[in-house]
Write a protein that binds this ligand. Structure first.
Ligand code: F6R
Length: 244
């Protein structure tokens, strides 16, 4: 696991964006795994600026997002599809046909999960997966559990995740209670993983994920077993890391 400690959120975002931009220059038809949440917004802004300046292009890129809420219209401002359109897809030269998010409104969600796994495999697998980190150690919506969920699946969101996401909704009751998420196995199959974390509120879980025991009650700890992970944190999120 490579660890980069950036000065602040901006530096963290630029360092993450540089990894994606380098990949796109070397492999313009790369398959990107993408994340939502507040953490990657700065990275997406940097990539949009790179695209505007002609330094990178998304024309041949394929994307798969980690997750999407169930039973929330994609036009809802809180849907992950809306987030991605607003923060990245509408601002770069990506082909909409190459963009994939799980369909949280599919009539048969189990079939949707299998179809999503299959679509990733047919695209040749994910070259680089971007991750944020939940306060409880979740990655995607893989919540602390007694085992590591393997493939894309429907998940019941924990009270702590519903509480954390309530800030985006009018009330906690409006937060969807289920989502479709890539599994831990899906994420671990990505050829490279970049995890971003920012702010002192993430310091404890960053330390437990990167240096604590690998266990499903801290889902991100599994990343210690992946051969090509870069963790980029700002100084505040690095505060609880062992000094050495
Ligand atoms: C987002 C996702 C989540 C977030 C995590 C951190 O697609 O799957 O795991 O990455 O909840 O969210 P923020 O960045 O808002 O702290």
């Amino acid at each position: 696991m490579d660890l980069i400690i950036a000065k602040d959120y901006e530096e963290m975002s630029r360092a993450g964006a540089d990894i994606f931009a380098d990949l796109l220059r070397n492999d313009p038809s790369a398959v990107l795994g993408l994340a939502t949440g507040s953490t990657p917004i700065g990275l997406y802004q940097s990539l949009v600026a790179d695209c505007d300046a002609g330094r990178i292009s998304f024309a041949d890129v394929t994307t798969f997002n980690l997750d999407e809420y169930c039973q929330l219209p994609v036009t809802d401002v809180n849907s992950y599809r809306y987030f991605m359109d607003h923060n990245l897809f509408d601002k770069v030269d990506i082909d909409p046909a190459h963009v994939h998010l799980p369909n949280g409104n599919a009539p048969d969600r189990e079939a949707e999960c299998l179809q999503y796994e299959d679509a990733i495999a047919r695209a040749g697998g994910i070259d680089i997966q971007l991750l944020g980190l939940g306060h409880n150690g979740h990655i995607g919506f893989n919540e602390p559990a007694s085992d590591f969920p393997v493939i894309t699946h429907v998940v019941d969101l924990t009270p702590s995740t519903i509480d954390a996401n309530a800030r985006f909704f009018d009330s906690e009751d409006d937060v969807p209670k289920q989502a479709i998420t890539m599994g831990i196995g899906t994420i671990m199959k990505a050829r490279r993983i970049v995890l971003l974390a920012s702010g002192e509120g993430k310091a404890d879980i960053v330390a437990r994920s990167a240096f604590g025991p690998v266990m499903p009650s801290v889902p991100a700890s599994v990343l210690q077993l992946h051969p090509n992970v870069t963790v980029i944190v700002d100084e505040a999120a690095a505060a609880a890391l062992p000094r050495a």
